[in-house]
Ligand binder design. Structure first.
Ligand SMILES: O=C1C[C@@](O)(C(=O)O)C[C@@H](O)[C@@H]1O
Length: 149
């Protein structure tokens, strides 16, 4: 059975394509999902691609990924937690509590933006962190997971 990559997207990422295109680009979330699906297929990985504006739903999905992880069926969680990156102890605890291998992903270079975006609660629990590649970062994240040893 192929391992699965959970690509989870947090608040406001449903607005990709129209949201601050100078920062996030013109691609929609559907475009990003297609990119992830193509990249996972190229690497023999399954894909669960989801978006939620609700912190607790993201926590529930990390728990779901954790059950796959326990069964040896999870490749990684690629998480663009959006603004929750900078606020959410609950997401950090979900990652720590399940032990899922995490890629923290941001479309923009958060370190070149406002100071409040420089701190991430998730980075301490992430295996890999990727930012500033635009939506192409999703493809790079999946390729990176496929190369993890
Ligand atoms: O919603 C987002 C998107 C983001 O995670 C990114 O992908 O660059 C960066 C966050 O600071 C912001 O709140």
């Amino acid at each position: 059975m192929p391992q699965t990559v959970f690509v989870l997207n947090g608040p406001n990422l449903n607005l990709l394509g129209t949201r601050e295109p100078g920062i996030y680009g013109a691609s929609t979330l559907a475009d990003v999902e297609a990119l992830c699906r193509e990249t996972c297929a190229q690497h023999g990985l399954g894909l669960e691609f989801r978006q939620s504006n609700h912190e607790g739903e993201l926590v529930d999905w990390i728990h779901e990924a954790g059950r796959l992880h326990a069964a040896g069926q999870l490749a990684a969680v690629v998480l663009n937690a959006g603004a929750y990156t900078h606020t959410s102890v609950a997401l950090l605890d979900a990652v720590k509590g399940t032990g899922v291998p995490l890629v923290e992903l941001h479309i923009s270079n958060v370190h070149a933006r406002e100071a409040f975006r420089h701190h991430s609660y998730l980075s301490a629990a992430a295996r890999s962190v990727l930012c500033g590649f635009g939506v192409d970062g999703y493809r790079l994240a999946i390729e990176g997971v496929a190369r993890w040893k």
